[in-house]
Write a protein that binds this ligand. Structure first.
Ligand code: PGA
Length: 259
């Protein structure tokens, strides 16, 4: 099962995950990171420059989870721009080694296939950072997405468009379509790190971790993966039936176990 770590603050969660990523890169300079966008990974990205001090990151490779369709990559809220601004530049990664799905080209289906090929050619993702939507999505795999799905175009739910409206000048500006790694793609990463903060995520986290395995809750796909670390704050943990057990397990965890 997933390891569930309940932290007192978002910053504590960010520091925990950033320290782990730093030790991974120190041991393996060509680490392949799977990069999420949105508000959730921000504490990790804020903590990473400090955690990575003195570590060579020039060969780290990255693959974003998803991108809006039809948004100019130069738009400040394209995930290409967000990844450049929040990850590539502050961490000093090599820009050419960090890829984002192409949602603006003439043949998105072909670009999605090429993205899958690029992930495979890189040897797969070592550590995939994930957030979860209030509707249970991971990546932009909205409810109903196949557990076998690969990188492809998905239509956003109105709930997700409303959730993401805060990033845009007007709610109508949120694109309707995205190109996202599929659940099958995500499940091939060697380690999944799923983060969630705040009360709005409590029901989605409980359904994903403790509910039935169902395409109705795409995040429940993580139950199929042998190495998942879930890091949540108290508010996002509020609906977890086994929260006391997760706390007990973490308190009694031997150091050698790592994340
Ligand atoms: P958020 O989005 O991090 O902005 O809350 C999470 C998600 O949609 O996966």
């Amino acid at each position: 099962m997933a390891e569930v770590i309940i932290t007192p603050t978002r910053d504590a969660a960010g520091a925990l995950v950033a320290d782990h990523i730093a030790s991974l890169i120190a041991a393996q300079p060509e680490t392949v990171l799977g990069l999420a966008t949105g508000s959730t990974p921000e504490p990790v990205y804020r903590a990473l420059p400090g955690a990575l001090a003195g570590i060579d990151v020039s060969r780290v490779r990255g693959f974003a989870l998803d991108e809006y369709v039809g948004l100019d990559p130069a738009h400040p809220e394209s995930y290409r721009s967000v990844i450049t601004r929040e990850v590539v530049e502050p961490l000093g990664l090599t820009p050419a080694l960090v890829r984002v799905p192409d949602g603006a080209g003439p043949d998105i289906a072909r670009a999605a296939d090429a993205y899958e090929e690029a992930i495979a050619a890189a040897g797969g993702v070592d550590l995939q950072i994930l957030g979860i939507g209030t509707d249970g999505h991971i990546g932009f795999n909205e409810p109903g997405s196949s557990f076998a799905s690969r990188t492809r175009v998905k239509t956003l739910t109105e709930q997700t468009r409303a959730d993401n409206a805060r990033f845009f000048a007007h709610p109508d500006d949120v694109p309707h379509h995205t190109v996202t790694q599929g659940l099958g793609t995500i499940l091939e990463a060697r380690h999944l790190v799923l983060l969630a903060f705040g009360a709005a995520k409590a029901s989605a986290i409980a359904a994903a971790l403790e509910g039935p395995l169902t395409a109705r809750v795409p995040g429940s796909a993580v139950q199929l993966h042998p190495h998942v670390t879930v890091v949540v704050d108290e508010e996002a943990a509020a609906d977890l039936e086994f929260a006391d057990y997760y706390r007990f397990a973490y308190r009694n965890k031997p150091d050698w176990q790592g994340l």
